[in-house]
Write a protein that binds this ligand. Structure first.
Ligand code: ATP
Length: 256
């Protein structure tokens, strides 16, 4: 099976320190993978490297091609990114919600061309799926943290990319909208897309198909979320302060 997204011997430095150490990791079509681990494990850094947003050693391959050699627009059509807490989105505060979501269509549009029917349909689908459509005429800067997160998620969905990388997508979302996000991911997976999400909520992370467990800039384990070896790796990386149980058919990480 060919990996849709692959990191080979990935290293990354931040400041003077190497924070990722020779990571090899592959993600496959129609799978949702959660990346978990303690604070400072390197999860966000790995996700940024996989998105082509950070200088790094080794090679990232997207759909079998080196990401670094891929023209920017082609890359942006295939790989969609949702950063942590809307970092760097302050400059979009004056934009209307509709226009923020439309930014997700830029990789599909010709230079300076107006959005076409396909772009408008994709934006409406995305805003409706995160229940943000009713705010379409409001400026992003006037929304609450969770509302804003749903608009940024809609922008990432509007790209309709093969691969979605999301860093802490559940941050600020209330429980019903967390459940909606999981439903949205399930629909993307059913369409054959690939989703990789960094998650601190371990119970949400355990709903994914696969889990990457990281610590100290390394991948300690990569396996199925319903596999006992993955549960042991998760318990170990958090110093056995959590224990994984199955309750009413769901895997839950319970503090102890
Ligand atoms: N600009 C920087 N300069 C130096 N070190 C940095 C810089 N940014 C992050 N780091 C370090 O890199 C390491 C990995 O950080 P990263 O944000 O990838 O971790 P994380 O697993 O996503 O953490 P968290 O769960 O806290 O969000 C951490 O030890 C962090 O202190």
């Amino acid at each position: 099976m060919t990996a849709v997204l692959e990191g080979r011997a990935i290293t990354a430095r931040l400041g003077h320190a190497e924070v990722l150490h020779a990571i090899n990791v592959s993600f496959f079509e129609g799978r949702w993978t959660s990346i978990v681990g303690p604070n400072g494990a390197g999860k966000s850094t790995l996700l940024k490297v996989l998105a082509g947003l950070l200088p790094h050693g080794g090679e990232v391959r997207l759909l079998g091609e080196p990401l670094a050699a891929m023209p920017g627009r082609a890359r942006a059509r295939r790989l969609s990114w949702l950063g942590q807490g809307g970092a760097g989105e302050g400059s979009a505060d004056d934009l209307m919600v509709y226009d923020v979501a439309m930014l997700g269509r830029l990789p599909h549009q010709r230079w300076l061309a107006a959005p076409n029917d396909a772009d408008r349909a994709a934006v409406e689908r995305a805003l409706r799926s995160t229940q943000a459509w009713e705010w379409r005429d409001r400026p992003l800067g006037q929304l609450s943290g969770g509302e804003r997160q749903r608009v940024l998620l809609a922008r990432a969905l509007a790209v309709e990319a093969d691969v979605l990388l999301m860093d802490e997508p559940l941050a600020n979302l209330d429980p019903p909208h967390q459940a909606d996000w999981m439903q949205t991911v399930r629909e993307l997976i059913a369409q054959g897309r690939t989703v990789v999400s960094v998650l601190h909520e371990l119970n949400a992370a355990l709903v994914a198909d696969d889990m990457v467990v990281m610590a100290q800039g390394r991948v300690l384990h990569h396996g199925a979320c319903n596999d006992g070896a993955t549960h042991r790796a998760l318990e170990d990386v958090f110093d056995r302060r959590v224990v994984v149980h199955q309750i009413e058919g769901h895997w839950l990480a319970v503090p102890r």
